[in-house]
Design a protein around this ligand. Sequence first.
Ligand SMILES: *Cc1c(COP(=O)(O)O)cnc(C)c1O
Length: 384
Amino acid sequence: MDAMDRAGRRSGTAEGVPLVDLAAAHAEVAEAVRAGFDRVLDGTAFIGGEEVREFEREYARFSGLAHCVGVANGTDAVELALRASGVRPGDEVVLPANTFIATAGAAARAGARPVLVDCLPDSYLIDPQQALDAVGPATRAVVPVHLYGQCAAAAELAARLPQRVRVVEDAAQSQGASRDGRPPGRGGIAATSFYPGKNLGAYGDAGAVLTDDAELADRVRLLANHGSRSKYLHEAAGFNSRLDALQAVVLRAKLERLAEGNAARRDAAARYHLLLAELAEAGRVVRPVAAEGNVHVWHLYVLRVPGADRDAVVGKLNAAGLGAAVHYPVPIHRTPAFAELGYGPGAFPHAERAAGEILSLPLFPQIRADQQEQVVRALTEALG
Ligand SMILES: *Cc1c(COP(=O)(O)O)cnc(C)c1O
């Protein structure tokens, strides 16, 4: 998960650089949030209501899709999108080995068996050919994860998969991203998370499902509200996963700045690219690349340090008060939770190499050039 608890702040150090600066983000919206909280407290509509409806409308428009259904968190969003797409117990769901645990957890909670595939070596996005090859008679969905802020080949998958197999996009890290002009969810369904450290972050847990398909949206809404459209009439065995009004207030305020924040992230990523040029030429680091056709929103700036002791490098940066973390150190098949899937070490070589060599540098819209220079100086030193 986003390591905000390892944000790089250490008492005693002069001035660090956090991995993510949520205080700076809050300062920009503090007034709007307080005013919105007052509105909700006055009206006492704590679950659903006007703020939630307005946010859903605004976020659908921002995302370029017809429908947005606010839910309790991103993990539920993935599960709900899978279930609304027809995933049933005993089905198989194909997903990348290198993702946050929630992608696999959501599939498992829907009763499906996660079938893992490797990522592409340069972008770390799901390898579409391997995903197609993994499809069997029990496969009901493929989940491309738009990792680190850029979109995997979801449209290509949708075009090449058999009709019965749905594409359910995990867009938790790609708010505002697109690929070949196509936003996540177009022509299908996408799930996103508003975990505080995401590009659009709430002040607690929140998430959403996005789709152009009114029936799918309706199905998600039904499942997320006890299988009910009107009070005490339960059409399906659902559960409780709703967006609450206070979170909607925060999300509405922050949404106004999301496009600008994403642009600032792009600028910061471009600056890292230049600052890291020498290390890259020397083969000490491998910089992240934006896959062709992608509008990348740089949720994370993830590089590789081949040949170095990655954990020692992260440790040195943290000791200097600089945020650095690993997203994610253990691929799904190497976690105890999914050991039962039976994949051995070496099953997914690109995912495993990445897990051993990647590290994430501080990146947030308000990061300053001098902070990035400080980070790269410390990284250069740490690499020795
Ligand atoms: C954050 C995240 C999730 C889960 O979202 P939560 O809101 O924390 O439940 C799912 N998938 C990916 C890729 C994520 O980064």
